[in-house]
Design a protein around this ligand. Structure first.
Ligand SMILES: O=C(O)CC1=CCC(=O)O1
Length: 266
């Protein structure tokens, strides 16, 4: 199982695909491990060298402690991704970020523009809020642990049809959330709470595709339209039959959008 010391923490990652193919880095949403991209892999791993990793405090990546109200920041998470690329000798990559992973990707594309070739922003926004959503969620977790939110987030992640037809998946993803380090989740929740990247995004130079599940209630299509409108030249695609995590619900369709866009750049 690959682990590497990068940006001062032990990061858990997977690097799969032809050694000479363009690197495509996937960054996750809060509460998930890099396995949310598993179903996308067969569609893309012949043409891209795919780098997946668990964000700080998630999956098997180290959770640094959160003291009081001071958690992680979007800059810290962008530095983690850049540090992972450094440690693996990757100078530049296409970056596809989901939700908080998409916020991290926006930050990376601004502060380390030379590291980002094509940018795919999936079910994300310049601000995912309001901040009170995160303050309340952090308080619930601190009072009752991760199980306080594990079941509730499923309705935000997946369409009703998927939840009804795939109870096995829902049980599995609920367990994934319930087992995340409390500090890891709270640290990332504070990074979202404190981030407003909306002024930044106009400065993104990378060719950008914004994707949004048509049934996403967390970062709905109107937010995706707003995000795409702010990034010079960005293209927008809506994905029918998907909510917040299209890589799980519509992997082939998501992969086709990503490949169609990045294929024009390579
Ligand atoms: O768990 C959620 O509420 C969905 C989400 C918001 C930001 C993120 O990364 O996931």
């Amino acid at each position: 199982m690959p682990f590497i010391e990068a940006a001062g923490i032990t990061q858990h990652y997977d690097l799969t695909g032809p050694a000479d193919a363009p690197v495509l880095l996937f960054a996750n949403s809060i509460g998930t491990s890099f396995h949310i991209w598993d179903a996308v892999m067969p569609h893309l791993s012949q043409r891209y060298r795919i780098l997946r990793y668990d964000m700080r405090g998630h999956g098997l990546t180290q959770a640094t402690p959160v003291t009081g109200d001071s958690g992680y920041s979007m800059d810290m998470l962008a530095d983690d991704a850049a540090g992972l690329m450094d440690a693996l000798g990757i100078a530049r990559a296409h970056v596809c970020g989901l939700s908080i992973g998409g916020m991290m990707a926006q930050r990376l594309a601004v502060k380390a523009a030379d590291r980002v070739h094509g940018l795919v922003l999936c079910d994300t926004a310049g601000q995912i809020g309001p901040p009170s959503v995160w303050t309340d969620r952090i308080a619930a977790i601190r009072a009752r642990g991760m199980s306080a939110i594990a079941e509730g987030v499923m309705a935000r992640w997946f369409t009703a049809g998927f939840r009804d037809s795939r109870p096995d998946q829902i049980r599995g993803y609920t367990a994934m959330v319930a087992r995340i380090s409390e500090d890891g989740y709270v640290g990332c929740a504070m990074a979202i709470r404190d981030a407003d990247l909306r002024a930044d995004t106009a400065g993104i130079k990378a060719p950008t595709l914004v994707i949004c599940g048509e049934e996403d209630v967390v970062t709905p299509p109107d937010l995706a339209r707003e995000l795409a409108a702010r990034i010079p030249g960005a293209r927008l695609e809506l994905l029918p039959g998907a909510a917040h995590i299209p890589g799980v619900e519509k992997p082939a369709e998501l992969a086709a959008l990503i490949d169609g866009f990045l294929g024009e750049l390579t």
